[in-house]
Design a protein around this ligand. Sequence first.
Ligand code: ADE
Length: 261
Amino acid sequence: MKIDIITLFPTMFEKPFSESIIGRARKNKIVDITIWNLRDFSTNKHKTVDDYPFGGGGGMILAPEPFFRAVEHIKQVNRNLFLPRGKIILMSPQGERFNQKKAVELSHYDHLIILCGHYEGFDERIREYLAEEEISIGDYVLTGGELPAMVVVDSVVRLLPGVLGNSEATEEDSFSRGLLEYPQYTRPRDFRGYLVPDVLLSGNHKEIARWRREQSLLRTLKRRPEMLENCELTKEDIEFLKKLKIKGTASNNESRKKENI
Ligand code: ADE
């Protein structure tokens, strides 16, 4: 996969993209990431990339020309590579909310061009005529699109074949099966009196698998019940959830009685 990122702050990407799994994926040539400085595509001698908004108001707006020129240059540079599936993504708090499904979808592209903004905003023509998709990483406003771009790249690159070893496999991730992850433990079995659940020491693989599944269901029901609507549940899962819900209602009733509600 080829990823090109256009930003006003290229050095922000140096460490996060050279360490750990992403650094290894780049070294192993599974992903080729290039960071471009938006200022290099400015057409004036002061290298400015923003301007005052038409109609007045405070703040500066990122102008369209440098972004359009940067994308044209990137396409030109990559023209000899076989990158049939490409997408130009604008990072913005107004975009579609990013999630694991989107990460999986983007991991099937050959080429991502990511536009990072800063300051008050983008000229609307960048959004309308250049970007093909607008992505937000959550309902909060950051100082720029750089951290969101890193989040998107990290979650996409780890899904590329060969990036994670078998032991780091993604199938058991929270979200990949539509459920939150079950609790994990390592040695010691007794840490300051806090014990590892017996079932994990039993050696009974069937029991362990069942316990893990049930813990995933329980955790999802407690923390993110809406996720259960969209995931594949077996008959046993549904039975287990029914029992939990009945228990939950019973204990709610108990506490209501106690509190005289
Ligand atoms: N730029 C600023 N805030 C952002 C957010 N939440 N998501 C994506 N890009 C952003």
